[in-house]
Design a protein around this ligand. Structure first.
Ligand code: SDX
Length: 432
């Protein structure tokens, strides 16, 4: 197929810029030579119109509500796979054979323990410390205990070991931080349990009150983690890539991604949704008052869990999570008034011009917290759950960036300057 070009005219000059087309028909104007050829940069606050890279991991179609990991529809993956299987797919590019999955699961079991010295970390955070702050700090510190991560020759180093180590230890860090926060004895990972069973057991088992792992919760948790596993170049993934592009190690890059995810406009939204629904419940379930606030330009309040930079239709993940929510409530006969409020808000927004005109629909965060609540996971750990799900995506994107030799350079956006023009220095004595 012949190369297509865009033509850019500046003054009496015109420039031909190559058009790039992705394997799913997505198109871009290649401006990598723009500054050199024209002396101009582009300006795109929030990168609304800018592609940072090419990637083979995840494909999103925001208009048709499509989300695929490595070519597989998330609907198929959420229905048929475990989170560990999908993590393998995202990291290695193919669904694992039975044997390959057994090896991956063995590595996760092998690296699930934290260095015992790291357990003292939890003693020195204040009792109300944010689990996201603990996670970001502790993940960054893993490099102090496992510096060999870059060394493929070292049996305890290299990509696959480091990946399994991060996935396994981050789950342990999350559960240990919860146990410490409630003053309960730590529950160590068990080699007899799979990823999700282990997490729930480490969170809720007690020496005096053995925890019975519910298969409904295991199935819902697998789905939730799968649906969060990657999402192309979102804010936290772009952060992981940018920090990694400077040559920072994987643990430091993931720690930066955890910090970006913490924001309430991003991964912090799942916690903010529950806080919003609780406030509405306390306010007599008066959800229409909050919808009016969200529409009021003079009110900073936004309907958290609604809207998305890419999806201009129902977030396909929200659809699956909403169904899983109804299923689990039904199976376990749980009646959560917050779910009723959420359903009413979604129904109301679906016929409200403000939301329709702006293509504002529920996103991945709108219903996920209701399932975490049903499991007994505390609200301040919801974004940690998002991070556990997103970890394979962050690692795969970081690695893809590292392996992209042709474009391997430090990420460094430019700017348009809007400050003072050059002016003479003013000594202290002359300053008013
Ligand atoms: C995630 O990027 C990803 O892929 C992220 C994510 C992932 O998997 O990594 O999908 C996860 O972060 C999901 C989003 C979670 N955040 C929230 O739920 C917070 C609430 N949503 C919004 O703040 C907002 O919708 C964003 C941040 C998600 C998207 O913001 P944009 O794309 O910058 O859109 P915008 O702020 O320019 O809004 C466009 C219009 C504005 O109105 P006008 O100025 O045109 O009149 O829509 C309005 C906004 O005021 N609007 C909302 C709204 N979201 C947008 N109005 C009320 N409530 C909202 N939630």
């Amino acid at each position: 197929m012949s190369q297509e070009f865009a033509t850019l005219s500046i003054g009496d000059k015109s420039y031909k810029l190559p058009i790039i087309e992705g394997t799913r028909g997505d198109k871009a104007i290649d401006i990598r030579r723009l500054l050199k050829e024209t002396g101009y940069i582009t300006l795109d606050s929030g990168y609304m119109n800018t592609g940072a890279c090419t990637s083979a991991i995840t494909y999103l179609d925001g208009t048709r509500g499509i989300l695929d990991y490595r070519g597989y529809a998330i609907e198929d993956l959420a229905k048929n796979c475990s989170f560990t299987e999908v993590a393998y797919l995202i990291l290695h590019g193919e669904l694992p054979t039975f044997d390959a999955l057994e090896v991956f699961k063995h590595e996760m079991r092998r690296f699930a323990l934290l260095h015992e010295d790291m357990i003292h970390f939890f003693d020195h955070f204040p009792p109300n410390a944010s689990p996201m702050s603990i996670l970001s700090t502790t993940v960054n510190s893993l490099h102090n205990y496992y510096p060999e991560m870059d060394n493929d020759d070292d049996p305890y180093g290299g990509y696959s070991v480091t990946t399994a180590r991060l996935l396994a230890k981050t789950r342990t860090i999350a559960a240990f931080s919860y146990k410490k926060s409630i003053g309960h004895p730590l529950v160590y990972p068990s080699p007899r349990l799979n990823y999700c069973e282990n997490f729930l057991n480490m969170m809720f088992d007690r020496p005096n009150l053995p925890y019975k792992i519910k298969p409904e919760f295991v199935s819902a948790l697998n789905k939730l983690l799968i649906l969060h596993a990657d999402h192309e170049q979102n804010c936290s993934t772009s952060t992981v890539r940018l920090v990694g592009s400077a040559g920072a190690n994987l643990y430091a890059s993931i720690s930066a991604g955890i910090s970006a995810l913490w924001g309430p406009l991003h991964g912090g939204a799942n916690q903010a949704v529950i806080e919003m629904l609780l406030a509405i419940h306390k306010d007599g379930n008066n959800y229409k008052k909050y919808i009016a606030k969200a529409k009021d330009k003079n009110d900073p309040f936004r309907l958290t869990g609604f809207g998305h930079r890419v999806y201009k239709t129902f977030d396909p993940r929200a659809k699956i999570i909403k169904e899983a929510c109804a299923e689990i409530m039904d199976e376990l006969e749980i009646n959560d008034p917050l779910l009723d409020i959420a359903l009413q808000m979604e129904e109301h927004a679906a016929t409200d011009e403000y939301f329709i005109q702006r293509n504002l629909y529920p996103n991945v965060d709108f219903y996920s917290g209701i399932i975490y609540r049903a499991m007994g996971i505390p609200t301040n750990m919801f974004t940690v759950m998002f991070a556990l799900g997103r970890l394979p995506g962050w690692i795969a994107q970081w690695t893809e960036m590292k392996e992209d030799r042709e474009n391997a350079r430090i990420g460094r956006p430019r700017q348009i300057y809007s400050g003072q023009t050059r002016r003479p220095f003013v000594p202290m004595r002359d300053r008013l």
